[in-house]
Design a protein around this ligand. Structure first.
Ligand SMILES: [Zn+2]
Length: 380
């Protein structure tokens, strides 16, 4: 089944391109063509009305959406509901994210994601396990009763997902470089977060396979004159990726602009760290027994601790343009191409190019989402 997307402004590797037709064939992009190309003849077409067509957004940190929290019921139907809520905002690939919980719940979450992958549930790319191997002093909203050290006895559990990607957020000081190397060898994408690791601990973790940093600046030891620490290592290292929350609250935009001056832009990923409030009319939700209130788009517990976000990915892209002075192409790549590279999926996701999966988002002039495609199937 072929579809021709016509009259759009397509974000390609060389910037925005107008006046060509994007030919989809089944779940893949077949070609970018001149509209008069004979391969377009007789193919059903969709008029994009001059709007922007971007690679679909990829969000590697999604705790919930549509009123559903993954931790509450780590089952395939929860994943489906969360994915549907975020798709409205342009997310066509995501990792359901489990915050610190007990080992049984981690196992059930992995099995639920495996079932979602086995049934080709739209948008599911794997799982993000955030904790419980986190530093108590930087736990944020994570429940301290779950926090623990990571030793070799847990490797088989954490490496259980057979297909898709597993991201594991841990504090490097809660395990050893050797365990990080074993996780990396087992296919886990290890990301440092909720951590007080010093510079030496962090660079040792990088040398043993650490791949990224979870919500850079938040829940991390601060950059200090005589102690560059985890943030200094994240900014100084050229190879690792940094997830950033661009909601205007979690991190001052100046700090994010400083980060962008330190490191290649293709090592930054917009993440939402979204809670059930995204795509839901409810202004409160329960997180592991605690009431979280959403006021002015900010989620906090009764102590005022930030508890994830009410951010959706299209708002993150708009914020990156408005607050970080990025152009739309640069912001969009931080929401698609670069997270795809982080996940090791850059050969098939995150770009509008022949052979890539047809995961796409259509934005209007105000950068609001008009349509999405996942594997060639358009949203209703
Ligand atoms: Zn976190």
């Amino acid at each position: 089944m072929r579809t021709a997307l016509v009259n759009g402004r397509l974000l390609t590797g060389s910037g925005f391109v107008s006046g060509c037709t994007l030919l989809l064939s089944g779940a893949r992009i077949e070609a970018l063509l001149d509209p008069r190309d004979p391969r377009c003849a007789g193919v059903p077409s969709v008029d994009l009305e001059g709007q922007m067509l971007l690679p679909g957004f990829i969000d590697v940190q999604v705790n919930g959406g549509g009123g559903v929290l993954f931790n509450d019921d780590p089952a395939p139907e929860s994943i489906r509901a969360i994915g549907a809520a975020h798709r409205v905002f342009g997310t066509t690939g995501f990792l359901p994210t489990l915050i610190s919980d007990d080992l049984d719940t981690i196992g059930r979450a992995i099995d639920a994601v495996q079932a979602a992958l086995d049934s080709s549930m739209p948008g599911v790319l794997g799982i993000h396990i955030e904790g419980p191997f986190l530093n108590w002093a930087r736990r944020g909203v994570h429940d301290s009763k779950h926090l623990r050290q990571l030793d070799a006895s847990l490797l088989s559990l954490l490496c259980r997902l057979r297909t898709g990607r597993t991201v594991l957020t841990l504090a490097p000081e809660m395990t050893t470089p050797d365990i990080i190397a074993k996780l990396a060898a087992g296919g886990i994408l290890v990301s440092a977060g909720h951590s007080e690791a010093n510079y030496a601990q962090t660079t040792a973790a990088i040398a043993h396979g650490l791949r990224g940093f979870t919500h850079l600046f938040n829940a991390m030891a601060r950059l200090e004159p005589r102690d560059p620490g985890i943030v200094g290592a994240a900014l100084y290292d050229e190879t690792t990726w940094c997830g950033i929350i661009v909601d205007g609250h979690h991190v001052d935009p100046i700090m994010l602009k400083l980060a962008l001056r330190c490191k290649r832009h293709d090592r930054f990923m917009l993440v939402t760290d979204a809670m059930p409030a995204v795509g839901s009319a409810h202004s409160t939700f329960i997180l592991q027994g605690r009431t979280i209130r959403v006021v002015d788009g900010i989620c906090r517990d009764q102590n005022g601790t930030l508890a994830g976000t009410a951010l959706d990915m299209s708002a993150a892209v708009r914020n990156a343009v408005a607050l970080l002075d990025l152009d739309i192409a640069a912001a969009a790549r931080m929401a698609s191409e670069y997270p795809a590279e982080f996940l090791g999926l850059g050969h098939e996701l995150g770009r509008i190019a022949p052979g890539y999966r047809a995961n796409l988002v259509l934005l209007d002039q105000e950068l609001m989402v008009r349509k999405t495609w996942i594997e060639g199937l358009v949203s209703a």
